[in-house]
Write a protein that binds this ligand. Structure first.
Ligand code: GSH
Length: 279
């Protein structure tokens, strides 16, 4: 693992690394914020999953999360959104919602994607373990959050693995990939036509199947241009209500899909997770 950059921030360090991922079979970059508390003891690990077209750097530069992470004493790990590099398949039509920058946090089963697109195993297994080998983060105190495609990733990964995480939150998540164009396009490419396999990565379905509950917070901007066609927060709210899953789902008046929205509620999300990651 090679350290690409290290910058002081709110008494801690904003770090960026490059490494050879065994799971993705390519070189990857990721970012890690270590709060000042990490210098003297182990701290909880929050994983942030970004949305379509992002790398790890969008979050680092635009989410304004470092101050809250320093105050709350939590590390934040930001992976990239897909495998990268020469030889990694991309959408032949060059669209931004499939292929590079659009891994959807699943393990692809279909060629050509199945060669590298294993973002589910990468963010759940390989990357946290790698970070914990070299930094003082506590894998017994993990939470996960994300935005849009990364909101889908955070919710679905946490719902599939409730024993791994203390809490989950999302900004403008793709709530029901089985029922929106982004999800249908990505899942049919990566997972083929087995809709039962799709359902095992659909947060609304996973809510209905849940046998235990994680603390869950979701914020959705009311002026988000993707809200009705792609994100479908009301379906998540309905699934939670039907299944008596206790989630806090909030519509935020006037906010759009951007990092201006994310930054506005970032402190609350970090505090929410830190509260559930107490020793
Ligand atoms: N490229 C798309 C927008 C894609 C988009 O909004 N991506 C979101 C995640 S779904 C994002 O975080 N973009 C990066 C950024 O704002 O820094 C467009 O032109 O409409």
């Amino acid at each position: 693992m090679e350290r690409v950059s290290a910058v002081r921030s709110f008494g801690g360090q904003q770090l960026r690394f490059k490494h050879a991922s065994a799971v993705l079979r390519c070189d990857m970059h990721f970012s890690l914020y270590l709060p000042p508390q990490a210098a003297t003891g182990s701290v909880p690990l929050l994983t942030w999953l970004s949305g379509l077209t992002c790398t790890d750097e969008n979050f680092v530069q635009k989410a304004c999360a470092q101050r809250a992470a320093a105050e709350q004493g939590v590390a934040i790990l930001a992976p990239d959104t897909s495998p990268r590099g020469e030889g990694v398949a991309d959408d032949p039509e060059g669209s931004w919602d499939l292929g590079l920058g659009a891994g959807f946090y699943v393990n692809a089963t279909e060629a050509p994607w199945s060669e590298h697109y294993h973002m589910y195993d990468y963010v759940l297994e390989e990357l946290p373990a790698l970070v914990a080998e070299q930094h003082s983060v506590d894998l017994e105190r993990q939470s996960i959050f994300g935005h849009s495609m990364g909101g889908h990733g955070a919710l679905s990964i946490a719902l599939r693995n409730p024993e791994r995480f203390r809490s989950v939150s999302a900004f403008a998540p793709i709530c029901a990939p089985l029922q929106c164009p982004w999800g249908e396009k990505a899942f049919s490419a990566y997972l083929g036509m087995d809709r039962e396999l799709w359902a095992s990565h659909d947060s609304c379905e996973l809510i209905r199947r849940a046998t235990s509950h994680l603390p869950m917070l979701v914020d959705q901007g009311a002026e988000d241009s993707f809200f009705e066609e792609q994100l479908k927060t009301p379906l998540l709210a309905a699934a939670c209500q039907e299944s008596a899953y206790p989630a806090n789902i909030r519509m935020q008046e006037g906010y759009d899909h951007s990092y201006f929205f994310i930054a506005s509620f970032m402190d609350e999300h970090v505090a929410f997770h830190a509260g559930h990651c107490a020793p």
